[in-house]
Ligand binder design. Structure first.
Ligand code: CA2
Length: 149
């Protein structure tokens, strides 16, 4: 695309605990370390990158609404546990119509039965799961490729 892409990473509940607990499942990197890698990738590829992690569903809904009018071109979204529960976040993404890539650190399809359904996979450009922290840069690359057409 001709203009500089403006992308947004959204992270859902408990991902602020990365690197502190459950390292066997989610790895040893902190969320700050992962987001720094994403910012470095944004610098290399010359796109603007925003980020929000919050444990509050309504804050994610409101940030998605804002993204519709602040120049955001696309979203990389790890909804965390909201993946499996949140019609509100699904509706927000459908309402704004922004393209998004669903990212998971783990592979939910290989875990408990309650993680087998996602409210986002069928409306996402695609889903990247099971590659740990690399999934975020992979998701950004996929989103850039999609926006470049
Ligand atoms: O694999 C993923 O990225 C998940 O979105 C992570 C969610 C989980 O509910 C999804 O099924 C898959 C959980 C995030 C919890 O993050 C923690 C990080 C460190 C310690 C404890 C929880």
């Amino acid at each position: 695309m001709a203009v500089v892409a403006r992308l947004l990473i959204l992270n859902g509940p408990n991902l602020n605990l990365l690197g502190q607990r459950e390292q066997a499942i989610y790895g040893s990197k902190t969320l700050d370390e992962i987001m720094l890698e994403c910012q470095q990738f944004a610098g290399t590829c010359e796109f603007e990158l925003g980020h929000l992690q919050t444990n509050a569903e309504h804050e994610l809904v409101e940030r998605i609404h804002t993204a519709a009018s602040d120049g955001t071109h696309g979203v990389v979204f790890n909804p965390a546990a909201f993946t499996h529960t949140s019609i509100a976040l699904r509706d927000a993404l459908l309402a704004v119509g922004l393209p998004f890539v669903e990212v998971h650190l783990s592979q939910p399809l290989g875990r408990e039965a309650f993680r087998q359904h996602s409210y986002f996979s069928d409306i996402a450009i695609g889903t990247i799961a099971g590659f740990g922290p690399d999934g975020y840069v992979l998701g950004l690359q996929a989103l850039i490729n999609y926006l470049d057409g």
